[in-house]
Design a binder for this molecule. Sequence first.
Ligand SMILES: [Fe+2]
Length: 320
Amino acid sequence: MTQTASSRRPGVLGVHSLDHFCLSVPDLPVAGAFYAAFGLEIRADGAKLGLYTAGSAHRWGVLTEGPRKQLHHISFGAFAEDFPRLRDRIEQSGTLRLDSPPGFDSDGLWFRDVDRTLLEVRVAEKSSPDRKASFENSSVPAGERGAPYRSNAPRIRPRRLSHVLLFTGDIGKTITFYQNILGLRLSDHCGNGIAFMHGIHGSDHHVIAFARSTAPGLHHCSWDVGSVNEIGLGAMQMATAGFGAGWGMGRHVLGSNYFHYVRDPWGSHSEYSADIDYIPADVDWHSSDHPPEDAMHLWGPEMPADFVFNYEATEAKLRS
Ligand SMILES: [Fe+2]
């Protein structure tokens, strides 16, 4: 994928992709083992670990060691020709520009959102897809066996990062910030409890979402796979590796994706996601406020009581 071939909406200014996320974790080998079991490729990058998907050179996630699990930063990708105007917009908004954090040399624009979550905007190739991802729903003719033997079940390897869900102290202020500074657009929301935002140059229904909490934090990262069958196989793959806790399988209402969430060693989650709604660059998505019963799932098991719990806030409080 090259920048010249990427979809873009003319006449508007905004980032095109969620480029990557970065997590501090207390034990890098434990984190690397979790994401490797999930089906990602783990590559050492100095003292950090990079998260990659098979066959892609894009680094979707970075793990760095810290005293506790904590969201380190979120990085967004922008077209090179938009970068100076995005810089001007950030500065004119009164948002304080920061130096890149120690160990993260970059030419990006660093600043904090309304929850003081560290953000970066950098020039990057568009990693948000230009079209809806393929989705397989295959069957076989009568007289043939459709399922492989379990001993031949394929190893599941996600295709790309789809989105992250962050905690925020104020959904309304956060939506306004990400609209005005980054140019994202609101896809759907449920009152001031949860909100989903997409990129203006063609992206999934949400590249970033927010759930209300008392403090910032990462709730989950979501990875695209190609079928419901792959979600089920991924869930089995993780249960076999000792990561059986989570939520799923089910289907979301907002975003429409089929899902299974796997709980990581720190109480946040990684999601296998398939067939999420796609918003092309030339489509104005009708954003709506939905009642709580439509906010989470169309079908599936009941959500675990502690599923939307901000363990980062709890740990920060315990250590303060
Ligand atoms: Fe998700």
